[in-house]
Design a protein around this ligand. Structure first.
Ligand SMILES: [Zn+2]
Length: 408
């Protein structure tokens, strides 16, 4: 089944709908947990399924370094490799490389960067970032963009936006020419052998550990019945300048993508500015295409952005905070490490139906954390993900009811 997006209900600016991918349907607005290295840290895939997660995010930069795109591709792409039958989205690596700061050099061709693991030199271009994402085989992949730093003056933000637009065209061109190389399984479920020729160009330094094959062979023939492909989303940039955001949105739409992301936020700007830029950018995005706000946010923010008409969000916050003992509950944030919970027999969140809150006490969770038990990370992450998913279920329910609720 081809990629589809259907809006089923609206409530003011908020929309509830459904994304249809080759690996299942996703109810929107959706929060996508981050599984950086083909793993949502501390939680096994069967538990993620039980939680009702319909789509995960993977990070191209990290997977490219470890275990390497070619390894993942040979093992059936991310779906086969990590045994996750539902949908996956990968970022382009642009934001991750941007985060390396001192370790990168940006030119028109692309970005040269040093691995945070061993200092090895690598190169991402729009073409090689697409090749990597096609090899990883996520359902939704992202154009290679430059994330404009904050603060940036208008000239800098404009130059960066212009380059992102040129890179968006190159990303789309490469994707259109190579999209049938996606390593999805055959009808029998076994991975299809495909070419890694995509890596021939655009990678100046090929590291052994990156798993790339410098002598890639010509691509295998594409079965005529093979109609499912990935979906490539464009990314709107423009810094914090609302006029540049409008221009970036309009020109990215002119290039033409099945979905649009708002990038370049959560880079150190104040939260009220984030909201202002999001709101202004959403006004210029097509109503009938999914809108993905990258890298947000807190439970309050994902509700707020859903209200403004965002359909997709992702953030490391619930999983990373959980590993540091910060838990989101219906009664506010709980820092489970605090001694005040040492004798607390109550559940973490009396209004949460998750398996952690149903079974364990705050005292036990506090003990696990204080003792540095691995189980603390597992249980804390399961609860935080449950809380985020429940929040989004309520948001979708509120939109479908079309009535005022505590969320809207
Ligand atoms: Zn819970």
């Amino acid at each position: 089944m081809p990629f589809e997006f259907q809006i089923e209900s609206t409530s003011n600016r908020a929309r509830a709908g459904r994304l249809v991918t080759a690996h299942g349907e996703i109810e929107t607005p959706v929060f996508m947990p981050v599984g950086t290295l083909a793993s949502v840290k501390a939680v096994p895939q069967d538990t993620l399924e039980d939680l009702g997660i319909q789509i995960l995010l993977g990070n191209t930069y990290h997977l490219y370094l470890r275990p390497g795109v070619e390894t993942v591709r040979k093992l059936g792409g991310l779906h086969g490799f990590m045994s996750w039958p539902r949908a996956i989205l990968t970022d382009s690596g642009g934001f991750q490389v941007f985060s390396l700061n001192e370790l990168r050099k940006v030119t028109e061709d692309g970005v040269t960067f040093r691995s945070h693991l061993d200092g090895g030199s690598h190169f991402f271009s729009p073409e090689s970032a697409m090749a990597a994402q096609i090899g990883l085989g996520a359902d939704i992949i992202m154009a290679f963009d430059e994330c404009t730093e904050f603060p940036a003056d208008r000239a800098r933000a404009q130059a960066s936006m212009e380059m992102t637009l040129r890179w968006a065209e190159r990303s789309k061109k490469y994707f259109d020419e190579h999209k049938h190389e996606v390593p999805w399984g055959t009808a029998s479920g076994s991975p299809v052998e495909r070419s890694s020729a995509a890596f021939d160009s655009g990678t100046t330094v090929v590291e052994e550990q990156s798993g790339l094959r410098p002598d890639g062979q010509p691509g295998a023939a594409v079965p005529t019945c093979f109609e499912q492909t990935q979906s490539l989303f464009g990314i709107v940039q423009g810094g914090m300048d609302l006029e540049l955001r409008r221009e970036s949105a309009e020109r990215t739409i002119d290039i033409g993508f099945p979905g649009y992301a708002i990038g370049g936020l959560s880079v150190g700007e104040p939260r009220n500015l984030t909201r202002e830029v999001v709101e202004a950018t959403l006004d210029h995005l097509p109503a009938d295409k999914p809108r993905y706000l990258m890298g947000v946010g807190t439970p309050e923010e994902i509700v707020e952005y859903s209200r403004l008409g965002v359909d997709m969000m992702d953030c490391v916050l619930p999983t990373r905070a959980a590993r540091h003992g910060l838990l989101f509950t219906s009664e506010g944030r709980v820092s489970i490490k605090q001694a005040r919970y040492a004798q607390d027999q109550g559940p973490l969140d009396p209004n949460c139906g998750c398996r952690v809150c149903q079974r364990y006490s705050r005292a036990y969770l506090r003990h696990l954390y204080a003792s540095n038990e691995v189980l603390a990370q597992v249980l804390n992450t399961i609860h935080n993900l449950s809380f985020y998913l429940d929040t989004m279920r309520r948001v979708r329910h509120s939109i479908r009811l079309g009535e005022e609720s505590r969320f809207f």
